[in-house]
Design a protein around this ligand. Structure first.
Ligand code: C2E
Ligand code: MG
Ligand code: MG
Length: 652
């Protein structure tokens, strides 16, 4: 590679030298041509001048010749003294004998003149003209004028010197300009060359550079045998950081991450930034699959450590997918695809992890794709249904709300859980129209219950992250309320903590807008996300829903009891409503009720029901779930468990 480059440089240098010689020769030829032309034109004008002078003398010599007065002739000739180039002038009689003469030249020049014929002529040093002196149409004598060319040569010398100096100066200026231009072009070319292969933010190879590098690694492995490892990394929470800290901080973070990745790997490994928050690592000469796994584990661990970005400590994690040549792909495209599939699995498995590709993963990816297609069809065909799960207030036994939950019964695959198809709808963007449909249907249903005499039962609708980020959410909510004529306080929107933490300021504004219109806001699955107490105060939230994972093992699991208790206490402290979800048995019901969580939802009361079933269920169960009626022996409070006391202690 460098030999070829050296050859090209030598060739370019030789071409430049030839060019320079060519330019000099051209300039010399041009100067010589100009000087010759100048010589010719000067001699021509001198000749014309001498001819005029000779004619004047001839016109004035007639009397001198007629009266043979040499003194007059000499006087006429003396007028030529004013022309510095005239060396000698003579008036000749009809037989061309010297009659009168004017000579400027010193003795030795007169000598040289002696050799001249008294004829018009021109040579390298002089030119001569002969004019007749006419009387009555006949020549009675001649005027001979000889001029030297010294002044012409002097003039030419100066002219040539000026021409050469001008040409040299011009050439110097031009070559300076050209070399500056060349340097600028070379600089621009080098920059373009760099940008074609490198990412300017991290100084790592970009996607193009990555493609070339992996092709090189694979062809080497093909020729000499051996394995190549490909690791694809995707940062888990980069978007949050970019949105909250700004793009400059995002760039600084990426650059610091790139640096850290490079430092944590061997010299021979290549780190590339494929774009956004996606990085790739190519590991050459892999002996065993375990080696690449060790590299992946090391990367995930390295990235976990906090980074300083614009004076703040930032935590990032990454999900990493690993594939191996030749086991998981014989060419770069397949290898990237399999690593990508593995990376998605790492993300699905809870992020901050790595996964090595396995063929079953492809089936999952395929299922995901076909799920997206069927979901699209299901939406078109109206195969999705909304079911409603009641929320019960144990103090009165009344139904105080219903959560709308999507159901999809697939013709071949049977019932598909929203936990499976909602993420697919999110990724494909289908969630936005689907979410709007849920809002409309739920609002219409709640209005219908009211009209059917069930009373005001607020309906809760789950929002997904993508839907929450959508600019049209407020309009969709208002449209659904408007169209169904449902009072805004009969609609509750369930959000998750992570949704709120992305782009906090914009979210506060949107939530305040919804709140001022009267819409209720709840945090779903509370305790599973950031659980930052700060935002609970800042966001206009009305209620918290204790995640069902904390309810499941109540009252046996001390930790879950403590967490559920702490969440309930926190909600009361902040004057928020609190709802426990996933209540399946009376022990859970009793524990939660004893710890002041009176609104509950779960299979103990009812699963999610079709609208008419829900209507019937409400009519049948109104007032049935009063705590005192369910558990007559228990006092509602005062029976606090050890776990509850622990929770209070922790809070304190
Ligand atoms: P979620 O909002 O936390 O909904 C509660 C989930 O808990 C529902 O699961 C419900 O059927 C289930 N559940 C209720 N009581 C019990 C119980 O006693 N025990 C157990 N083990 N589970 C119970 P589902 O319907 O499968 O929904 C799962 C998640 O899918 C929901 O969690 C929600 O995040 C999402 N989802 C459902 N419908 C929608 C929707 O219309 N839009 C959006 N964006 N997400 C939805
Ligand atoms: Mg929910
Ligand atoms: Mg929930």
């Amino acid at each position: 590679m460098s030999a070829v480059k050296g050859l090209a440089t030598r060739h370019a240098r030789r071409t430049r030298r030839l060019w320079r010689i060519g330019v000099v020769v051209a300039l010399v030829v041009a100067c010589a041509g100009l000087t010759l032309f100048e010589f010719w034109s000067l001699r021509h004008s001198l000749r014309a001048h001498i001819e005029v002078q000779a004619q004047i003398v001839a016109d004035n010599s007639e009397a001198a010749l007629v009266f043979r007065d040499r003194a007059v002739g000499a006087e006429v000739l003396s007028a030529l003294r004013a022309s510095p180039s005239v060396r000698q002038a003579m008036i000749l009689d009809a037989k061309r004998r010297r009659f009168a003469a004017f000579e400027r030249a010193p003795a030795e020049e007169s000598q040289s003149m002696r050799g001249h014929l008294l004829e018009p002529h021109q040579n390298a040093t002089s030119l001569a003209v002969l004019r007749p002196v006419m009387r009555a149409g006949k020549p009675i004598g001649w005027v001979y004028v000889l001029a030297g060319l010294e002044s012409v040569y002097w003039h030419l010398l100066v002219y040539a010197a000026v021409a050469v100096a001008t040409a040299l100066l011009g050439m110097a200026a031009a070559s300076l300009l050209v070399s500056r231009l060349r340097r600028a072009v070379e600089h621009a070319e080098a920059r373009l060359d760099y940008l074609a292969y490198y990412d300017p933010v991290t100084n790592l190879l970009n996607r193009h550079g990555f493609n070339e590098r992996i092709a090189f690694s694979l062809s080497r492995a093909q020729r000499f045998g051996g394995q190549v490892g490909l690791l694809l990394l995707d940062l888990d929470n980069f978007k949050v950081i970019n949105d909250t800290m700004g793009h400059q901080a995002g760039d600084a973070l990426l650059s610091a991450l790139g640096q850290r990745l490079r430092e944590s790997l061997r010299q021979g490994d290549t780190v590339c930034r494929l774009g956004g928050d996606e990085f790739a690592v190519i590991v050459d000469n892999v002996g065993t699959a375990q080696e690449v796994e060790l590299v992946a584990a090391k990367i995930v661990r390295t990235l976990e450590m906090p980074l300083m970005v614009t004076g703040q400590q930032v935590y990032v994690t990454a999900s990493c997918g690993v594939s191996l040549y030749p086991e998981h792909g014989g060419d770069a495209r397949t290898l990237v695809r399999t690593a990508d599939t593995a990376m998605y699995c790492a993300k699905e498995s809870g992020k901050n992890a790595f996964r090595v590709f396995r063929p079953e993963m492809n089936q999952r990816a395929f299922r995901r794709m076909s799920l997206e297609n069927s979901l699209r069809k299901a939406m078109e065909n109206g195969d999705l249904r909304l079911r409603y799960q009641p929320k019960v207030d144990l103090r009165t036994g009344r139904i105080v709300g219903a959560e709308a939950l999507l159901r999809w019964v697939h013709a071949e695959d049977g019932s598909i859980s929203p936990a499976e198809f909602i993420p697919v709808a999110e990724e494909s963007g289908l969630i936005v129209p689907l979410g709007a449909w849920v809002l409309h249907t739920a609002c219409r249903e709640a209005r219908r219950w009211e009209e059917a005499g069930l009373g005001r039962i607020p309906v809760a609708v789950n929002l997904s992250a993508r839907q929450f980020k959508d600019q049209g959410l407020l309009a969709a909510v208002l449209h659904a309320l408007d169209e169904s004529a449902l009072a805004p306080d009969q609609l509750e929107l369930e959000l998750t903590e992570s949704m709120l933490m992305e782009n906090v300021e914009a979210n506060i504004e949107l939530l305040r807008e919804l709140r001022t219109r009267g819409v209720r806001l709840a945090i779903d699955d509370f305790g599973t996300g950031y659980s930052s107490m700060g935002y609970l105060k800042r966001f206009p939230i009305r209620s918290l829903k204790v995640d069902r994972s904390f309810v499941r093992d109540i009252p046996h699991d001390r930790d879950d009891c403590a967490i559920a208790g702490a969440i309930v206490a926190l909600a009361h402290q902040l004057e928020l409503d609190v709802v426990a979800e996933g209540v399946e048995n009376v022990e859970q019901l009793r524990f939660l009720a004893q710890h002041d969580c009176h609104v509950q939802q779960g299979f103990y009361f009812s699963p999610a029901l079709a609208p008419d079933e829900f209507e019937r269920w409400v009519r049948e169960h109104h007032g049935r779930f009063r705590y005192g009626a369910l558990i007559p022996s228990a006092r509602q409070s005062g029976q606090r468990s050890g776990a509850w006391n622990n929770a209070l202690e922790r809070l304190a």
